[in-house]
Ligand binder design. Structure first.
Ligand code: SF4
Length: 203
């Protein structure tokens, strides 16, 4: 595991427990000191947001990992993505969404003595890893001295480990990415092809 500048202290933006668990376990086993930053104003409705957050809190408490609970700026997220309500997943709305969430993570890193930040967003096969990394690089550019750690967490058994821990911990697994528009798409998909929906397939 090659961390930029051999940093030990990492700020990890977490999107949910299933996507974060294997990354955090791997960091701890490698002698790194992660802090989890939860900033996901995209998640709707609020009950869903609280549920996903509580699952992350449950895991970090078990692993004794520091946790930063950022604001639920749902109105700001809706304003940021305005005009992109009909975009397909992996399109421009998702770029804005990633940049907003990672931008705030980078700002927190800069203000709190972290030199390296990363995100759990890229471990899901539903995401475009390059789109996530591009967003991370773009926001890091705004904060001199802060580096976005572009690591492909899917490799070296990362996805299998994520599945394993998720089963062991009985994490809640969502079947839509997070925003109200992805929820709408998920409902449409389940209505058109009910047999194709796998409730264990985390987005
Ligand atoms: S589909 Fe996911 S990544 Fe894209 S805008 Fe919605 S919540 Fe953000």
């Amino acid at each position: 595991m090659q961390v930029p500048n051999n940093e030990k202290k990492i700020l990890l933006h977490s999107c949910c427990a299933p996507c974060s668990c294997a990354i955090l376990q791997s960091m701890i086993e490698s002698g790194l000191k992660p802090t989890v930053y939860f900033y996901n104003p995209n998640i709707s409705p609020r009950e869903e947001y609280e549920h996903r957050k509580q699952e992350v809190v449950r895991y970090v408490q078990k692993m004794n990992i520091p946790f930063v609970d950022a604001d639920y700026e749902a109105d700001r997220w809706l304003e940021t993505t305005k005009g992109h309500e009909e975009d397909a997943e992996r399109g421009a709305r998702c770029t804005l969404c990633f940049e907003m969430r990672l931008g705030k993570t980078a700002a927190y890193a800069a203000e709190n003595g972290f030199k390296v930040f990363s995100t759990s967003l890229g471990i899901s096969r539903w995401k475009d890893l390059e789109q996530v990394s591009r967003a991370g690089r773009r926001v890091a550019f705004l904060f001199p001295g802060i580096v976005f750690w572009e690591h492909n967490w899917r490799l070296m058994g990362g996805q299998a480990q994520m599945e394993k821990i998720t089963r062991e911990e009985k994490f809640y697994r969502q079947n839509y990415c997070g925003c109200i528009y992805s929820l709408r798409e998920s409902i449409k998909r389940s209505l058109s092809k009910p047999s194709m929906v796998n409730p264990l397939d985390t987005k």
